[in-house]
Design a protein around this ligand. Structure first.
Ligand SMILES: *Cc1c(COP(=O)(O)O)cnc(C)c1O
Length: 386
């Protein structure tokens, strides 16, 4: 009788779930590195690098099936994937990704990652939102370190240079039913990148879009799932044709500010004698929990003279602050650009002009870059040696 069983009697059931893959994990110690068959690719001079166009020699792949659980992690030659044209990832957007960077630190000749635990937690949450399996973030960080070590020649040196890492998960189950994917492929590719601002900050202009929405309460805006990005490309192209760099995404009847482009958005406003760093909160689930966003908030909370506010700024309030001379700075934040100063926002045909790159934007830029490259000892655990 079930009620008379001790909890221990449930163990065989749990064990069978584990061996069937439902709770299994891959282990970094199982990594297999396949020998290369072709010669290393030719690397472009670092000055010519453009974002995401060139890839390193290898990729890391791990397959999962419902039957067998996670397979063995493999580092193999970078190359095309063979997947069924019926794969769920190609039909129903069963796809999510991460963006992170490996930096060369001249202070001790080390390679470093920045807060990779946050990327792994976010990837787990994105995968689980798409009913894909979870994994052990710590094991994945060890694998990323091994991958960076194998690809160390691909980490360009110098201020602003890094090896951009793109962990990705896709449904590979060949099945046209709109259902849980029984086969998943997790892979990591790497692309050497140069400074986002080779000649100093280049402030951007934004079009506050009152028609198109990026995300909404109850939606999936807080997950890095591919389905959030494809639909933004056409509105972004239209905004560019009107002379803007990116879209400022709003939501709600009172035009709450959410994000810009694929970046989190910050304002600095003067209120009486205090300066407020203002950004949208994560609580409603329509904001991507950026690693850069969190790091900026963490830093500013530890600095004097700035108060952090996480609530939705409304565009009319931002316009009013600007008219009263209280809108001091505005910037986007994300791994690719770090911070992206904003000089103009067009809201319902009205141009809000923002003073040139401000004090806080520059301070955040210096501090984050200092930590990325190991010149500044950041908070414990932020800079992780490979
Ligand atoms: C990736 C992303 C960001 C920035 O996240 P980071 O972890 O800081 O790189 C912000 N907004 C959106 C919509 C994103 O996709």
């Amino acid at each position: 009788m079930l009620t008379s069983r001790s909890p221990l009697a449930l163990r065989p059931i749990l064990r069978s779930l584990v061996t069937r893959g439902y709770a299994s994990n891959f282990r970094a110690s199982d990594l297999t590195i396949k020998p290369r068959t072709s010669p290393p690719r030719v690397k472009s001079p670092k000055e010519q690098l453009a974002f995401g166009k060139e890839f390193s020699d290898s990729m890391l792949t791990i397959d999962w099936t419902r039957e067998g659980g996670w397979g063995i992690p493999v580092i193999e030659e970078f190359g095309d994937l063979a997947i069924s044209p019926a794969a769920t990832g190609l039909h129903y957007g069963i796809q999510c990704f991460e963006g992170m960077k490996c930096y060369f630190s001249p202070s001790d000749d080390s390679l470093r990652l920045f807060r990779p635990d946050l990327n792994m937690a976010r990837m787990n949450s994105s995968m689980q939102r798409l009913a894909m399996p979870g994994f052990d973030g710590g094991e994945m960080i060890e694998l990323l370190k091994k991958f960076c070590e194998v690809e160390k020649e691909w980490v360009p040196k110098g201020a602003g240079y890094s090896l951009y890492l793109r962990p990705t998960a896709i449904g590979t189950h060949p099945f046209l039913g709109v259902d849980v994917s029984d086969h998943v492929k997790l892979f990591v590719i790497a692309s050497p990148v140069g400074p986002y601002y080779p000649t100093g900050f280049k402030p951007v202009s934004l079009f506050a879009d009152s028609t198109n929405k990026r995300a909404w309460p109850g939606g999936v805006g807080s997950f890095k799932v591919g389905g959030n990005y494809g639909p933004t490309i056409l509105p972004a192209k239209e905004a560019m044709e009107k002379g803007f760099n990116q879209i400022l995404w709003m939501f709600g009847d009172d035009d709450e500010v959410t994000e810009c482009g694929a970046m989190n958005l910050f304002f600095v406003v003067q209120e009486g004698d205090k300066k407020v760093l203002w950004t949208a909160p994560l609580s409603r689930g329509d904001i991507l929990p950026g690693v850069t966003r969190k790091s900026i908030i963490d830093l500013c909370e530890s600095w004097d003279g700035i108060e952090v506010r996480e609530s939705f700024p409304k565009m009319p309030e931002i316009k009013k602050a600007s008219q009263e001379g209280r809108l001091l700075e505005a910037f986007g934040a994300g791994t690719a650009a770090v911070v992206s100063p904003i000089e103009r926002i067009n809201y319902n045909g009205y141009d809000i002009n923002i003073p040139a790159t401000g004090e806080l934007t520059s301070k955040v830029w210096d501090e984050l870059n200092g930590i990325y490259y190991g010149d500044i000892e950041g908070p414990e655990g932020w800079s992780v040696r490979v």
